[in-house]
Design a binder for this molecule. Structure first.
Ligand code: THU
Length: 136
């Protein structure tokens, strides 16, 4: 691991500051750590045509993939109402779980859900998305 998970969580909090969430008022930030050592951030980006909204996690992983990254170590995720202190974990939605499962290892990739820099939980994809759909 090139940067520690507390640093990755801090970066996810910074990304959350850039959330564009005028419709839900729910701001999410994510930071993906690649095995290369690079970190890619994402925030949720909402659209008035609601289904075009993209979650923070997918913004982050798509940025990484589109830059040629192929191996991933972890993602840190933070989310909550835009004007409030974060009090709950923000687990990734089903669509994001599916996307992560397509590009990240089921057991060798860590999903860090954080409320603060010192309150976080770590899960694997096999825990969050058992029996994942694969197309083979
Ligand atoms: N959201 C995320 O960014 N990630 C998730 O995993 C769940 C939901 C965003 C989408 C939308 O902008 C807002 O949170 C409320 O659903």
């Amino acid at each position: 691991m090139i940067i520690d998970y507390v640093s990755l969580i801090r970066i996810a909090f910074e990304a959350r500051e850039r959330s564009l969430c005028p419709y839900s008022g729910f701001a999410v930030g994510a930071a993906v750590l690649c095995k290369s050592g690079e970190v890619y951030t994402g925030c949720n980006i909402e659209c008035g045509s609601y289904s075009a909204t993209v979650c923070a996690e997918r913004v982050a992983i798509f940025k990484a993939l589109s830059e040629g990254e192929t191996d991933f170590t972890a993602i840190a995720i933070v989310g909550g109402n835009v004007d409030d202190e974060i009090t709950d974990y923000c687990p990734p939605c089903g669509t994001c779980r599916q996307v992560l499962s397509e590009y990240c290892d089921a057991d060798d990739f860590e999903i860090i859900l954080a409320k603060s820099l010192d309150e976080y939980e770590i899960y694997s994809l096999s825990q969050l998305l058992p029996l994942a759909f694969t197309f083979a």
